[in-house]
Design a protein. Structure first.
Length: 228
């Protein structure tokens, strides 16, 4: 068991306004649509296609789709963001569908606990890890932390995306249990290091490029870094 689902979170797009202090220098509109602030739901939640039941994305160009059907984040990271901004971060607040913590008495999971391509059961569904989340200005806006994008990348506190291999249902209290690891050692943390720090590292690029189950967005970044 790699992790326990503390909370299952869903949300629908809604209008939001970017605080003036965050809009300065961001080159984005001060009003936008977002579904980043999700809310916990109780009971069984269906996982099918590219979404959890009751969930949607506002920006379907950059979010959602088969490789980003489920966004998982870690309870330890939410606690860290709460300390950083000065008040607690609630499950789902930064857009994650699954808030994960330790399945037992072991170490709290993070991006080092999951490898690209990992196949896991979650309730009756089967999911596959595809890539880390690449944060955007909306995370800074919802957290009210101006440099949240930089902090997420530099600390590796990004969470991760998963695709749906088998549709089913899940709920809080279920575990993410590993059933297959095709790319041992190539962790989500390693993928984060490539995205945010080491795009010119040929060894890391080669290791990631060879991974089965890789998300399309990460594949495009790898191809671009090699001049493909």
């Amino acid at each position: 068991m790699l992790a326990r689902i503390d909370s299952v979170n869903v949300g629908q797009p809604r209008p939001a306004r970017l605080p003036a202090a965050l809009a300065a220098g961001q080159h984005v509109r001060d009003t936008y649509f977002t579904a980043i602030g999700k809310a916990p739901v109780r009971g069984q939640v269906a996982v099918s296609g590219v979404n959890l039941a009751g969930d949607a994305q506002a920006d379907t160009k950059n979010h959602g789709g088969p490789d980003k059907a489920v966004h998982a984040h870690f309870a330890t990271h939410l606690a860290w963001w709460g300390e950083t901004r000065g008040w607690p971060v609630s499950p789902g607040e930064i857009g994650e569908n699954l808030t994960l913590s330790a399945a037992g008495t072991g170490r709290q999971p993070d991006e080092n606990a999951f490898c690209i391509g990992d196949m896991v059961t979650a309730g009756t569904a089967v999911l596959q890890v595809t890539q880390p989340r690449i944060p955007c200005f909306k995370q800074a806006a919802v957290l009210a932390v101006a440099d949240a994008v930089r902090l997420a990348g530099s600390t590796g506190r990004t969470g991760m995306y998963l695709r749906v291999l088998k549709e089913g249902t899940l709920q809080s209290g279920d575990t993410l249990t590993l059933i297959e690891r095709p790319n041992p050692g190539v962790t989500v943390a390693e993928a984060n290091r490539f995205v945010h720090q080491a795009r010119r590292d040929p060894v890391l690029r080669t290791r990631l490029s060879a991974c089965s189950g890789l998300g399309a967005e990460l594949r495009r970044l790898l191809d671009a870094s090699s001049g493909s």
